[in-house]
Write a protein that binds this ligand. Sequence first.
Ligand code: HEM
Length: 351
Amino acid sequence: MNVLHSSLWRWLWLSLALLMGLGMAQLAIAQADPEREMTTAAPAISADQWRQVNSGETGPNFRDTRADSTYNLINSSGETWRQLRNRWVSPYGLIVILGMAGMITLFYLVFGRKRLDEPRTGKKLFRWSVFMRSLHWTMATLFIVLALTGLNLLYGKFVFRPLFGDAFWSAMMSGTKVLHNYLGPIFGILLLVLLIKVFKANLPKKHDWEWFKKGGGMIGKGHVDAGFANGGEKVWYWILATVGLAVIASGFVLDFPNFGQARDTMQWANIIHAVGALGLTAVALGHIYIGTLGTEGSLEGMTTGYVDETWAKEHHNLWYEEVKDQALTEEEVAAQKGAKGTGDTASSQPS
Ligand code: HEM
């Protein structure tokens, strides 16, 4: 009866999530109308003037005279950028993020939480040092603020402007810009440190291929081999090391326009930054789900520094083999933390 009850709830939630996803996607596509926006953004431009702009003709009235620039302010590349951003990046970015949220909800409702197969032994293995935990949670906080402010820069005008009016919206956007512009470079530096710290643990190994073929253990029987980082974590690492760094680099180009970069460079930096950051936000949702609701026992490693032996054996068996003789009882962990105030002991992981 209980099982029936809970599966009914699951399917109800599932239908609700799907309906919401479809509704939001519809909304996103409806917003992608740069033509309509043009009537308010540049109402007085005639067809003749657009023809002049598209022909690449430059007039003295359209020139940016700052810093000896002869750049034509009204030009077709600006219009290409505007179309790309408003017609493609904004709506499809929203669809990717909401699609990911929908898929995670669906996955959770269908498969539920990945619980430990065996009971916990109660003995603990040291996994994340205080330094790594502080670094991780500082970055996670910064990332969430950057994602929210970034989303506000793209979509805020559709939500908060009609809700609260121009005065509130403009103050909100100024605050958003300041936060986003200043926190971005800090996040970038911390990301570099994190990437260097866990680089070795994330080098691809032969057994990772097996991990993927067996869907991280979901396909077929038996456990799949994994070292300190499993195949999924390695993918997250290399996404951060490639897309993450591209987002940081393009963010720097946008943040410091005083290095003489032309408007075309800024436009491309903007597109690369937005596409990368929206993709990263979608993938981060998956990482956050796996680290919290999705897998029993993962979060405690990143909060306390220690994981249960059973978790280590089931999720990172090769790492477990390396460190199993360093397992501690709860009392020993408490005594160590009390004595050192850090809990940093073991040596076979990033510290
Ligand atoms: C609230 C948000 C977040 C939660 C709950 C979370 C949770 C976790 C947990 C539980 C682990 C440890 C997994 C293990 O021991 O195997 C972990 C590892 C990690 N997290 Fe997060 N995380 C969050 C946000 C982020 C963000 C925003 C980033 C980067 C932009 C990030 C990057 C990483 C990296 C690089 C690792 C190490 C994985 C490896 O070994 O390669 N996390 N996270």
